[in-house]
Design a protein around this ligand. Structure first.
Ligand SMILES: [Mg+2]
Length: 168
């Protein structure tokens, strides 16, 4: 059961990911979550550092998409200059929109990774779609009660994963 929630990779942020290594293992498609993975809730546009990263990923010929549970307006605004494939109100942890993307760009499951900040949406959706899952720390967690409960559960899970890792 726990294994179903364990991300394949867990790093601090999107800049700590070894994209060369991903490419090397055959990943050519990347699905990004937006909120708290790329920008905090109170921002709406990619900053220069993000722009630079995406320029690099484009150069590396990754097929990129933004699959967000957020509204159309927010996703479109973020994507204005980047112009990647997007899905808004994506209903993660359901994997339907991830699978649609994989099919539409003609990739195989083992060629795609999802990068997001939440186990209960991004990682589960990725697992259900059968793709590689990469968890990053949320840029700036929201302070609602539900969010706090989720974060506490997530940190408990991450602790468990670390223990599992050490036992191996
Ligand atoms: Mg998020």
């Amino acid at each position: 059961m726990l294994k179903k929630l364990k991300p394949d990779i867990y790093v601090d942020d999107i800049y700590a990911i070894d994209y060369e290594a991903l490419k090397h293992e055959g990943i050519t498609g990347i699905i990004f979550d937006i909120d708290n993975t790329l920008i905090p809730y109170e921002e709406s546009m990619p900053n220069d550092k993000i722009q630079e990263l995406f320029d690099k990923l484009k150069e590396m010929e990754f097929v990129i998409s933004f699959i967000s549970n957020g509204p159309k307006k927010r996703v479109d605004k973020f994507n204005t200059r980047l112009n990647f494939y997007t899905r808004h109100r994506a209903c993660k942890p359901l994997s339907v929109n991830l699978r649609k993307f994989i099919e539409e760009v003609n990739l195989e499951k083992n060629q795609v990774a999802i990068i997001g900040d939440q186990i209960f949406t991004d990682v589960i959706a990725g697992k259900c779609a059968g793709i590689k899952t990469i968890l990053v720390r949320p840029i700036k967690p929201r302070n609602s009660i539900i969010e706090k409960i989720k974060r506490r559960l997530e940190s408990k899970l991450l602790q468990k994963f670390n223990e599992m890792e050490m036992k191996r």
